[in-house]
Ligand binder design. Structure first.
Ligand code: ADP
Length: 290
């Protein structure tokens, strides 16, 4: 067995030892417990180490798979455009050269082929835009939000006063972002805001920014048809639409692209809405200056 032994000499004033005082303690159990604890600790460290290695390996494998999938979807979308161009081209030739030989039904079917090809082309372009936003390396820098919004409105007749009532509450605060990505986000939100109104209604849109902690919140509010609560979150996923494409054209990719672009700029995006009362889409990004 293991013993812990201690002995103290008790001395006379002259220095000579007159007696010993000592203890002799059985520490076998203590030592055994200590050894067991050391072994358990070493074992735990081994497990932690191997768990960390597994996580690192699996994460790398997963990242590789995601990248392969992204590359696959990019090249697939790219290659899909060639046969589509042929379809569109031949439909146009048929319409130009052979329309007279077709009866009324034939012309309707030809029109449907052309418009379906157009929709498919838009879809492919949106998927490509999404893949680009996912893949491209970007650097964040200060972006003049107000200039982008001005430019968007100036360059798009659909946003002129004759077609829509757009109020920009200046000044719009600058943010830390990427100019092309932010333009893509703002234009997707503003075009949705003017698109999703009741048929015949003149769109009314308010755009403003506000500081929130170390961030800027950019708001785009409309008074359109609104979105049911249970659909609001899924809208930011690919191909999600709440309103049918016969009334409101679209591919369901705009908000997915916007969310991915905002994420790439280290920001967040969200929506508050009530059917019939319009929607408020917001984006939060870091302030341009501290
Ligand atoms: P798209 O506009 O091509 O349909 P989006 O991804 O931009 O695709 O939007 C997804 C769906 O979210 C739309 O189809 C629509 O149902 C809904 N939505 C987006 N913005 C608004 C809005 N401002 N008001 C009402 N619904 C909206």
């Amino acid at each position: 067995r293991w013993f812990l032994s201690r002995a103290f000499p008790i001395r006379h004033s002259s220095g000579e030892i007159i007696r010993w005082f000592g203890t002799n303690t059985d520490v076998t159990q203590l030592r055994e417990t200590e050894d067991a604890w050391k072994m358990a600790h070493a074992e735990l460290q081994r497990h932690t180490q191997s768990l960390e290695t597994t996580v690192v390996e699996r994460t790398a494998a997963l990242r590789e798979t995601v990248q392969e999938l992204e590359e696959f979807s990019y090249s697939l979308s790219h290659d899909l455009r060639a046969p589509l161009r042929a379809m569109k081209g031949f439909a146009q030739i048929l319409e130009r050269n052979n329309a007279a030989q077709l009866d009324a039904d034939g012309r309707v079917y030809l029109g449907r082929i052309a418009s379906a090809a157009g929709r498919l082309d838009q879809l492919i372009q949106d998927v490509l835009a999404y893949s680009r936003v996912v893949r491209e390396p970007i650097a964040l820098e200060p972006v003049d939000t107000e200039r982008l919004v001005r430019q968007l409105i100036d360059e798009n007749p659909a946003l002129y006063p004759a077609n829509a009532d757009i109020e920009v509450r200046t000044p719009l605060l600058p943010v830390l972002g990427h100019e092309a990505y932010l333009m893509q986000v703002i234009s997707n939100l503003v075009f949705n805001a003017v698109k999703f109104v009741h048929p015949g209604q003149r769109p009314r849109v308010r755009i403003w920014t506000e500081p929130v902690d170390s961030e800027v919140r950019l708001n785009v509010r409309d008074d359109g048809i609104g979105i049911p609560a249970d659909a609001q979150q899924r809208l930011f996923a690919m191909f999600q639409r709440v309103h049918g494409h016969h009334v409101y054209e679209g591919t369901g990719m705009g908000l997915a692209i916007a969310r991915k672009a905002v994420e790439r700029m280290d920001g967040t995006v969200g929506v508050e809405s009530e059917p019939g009362k319009g929607s408020l889409f917001w984006v939060r990004l870091r302030k341009a200056s501290p």
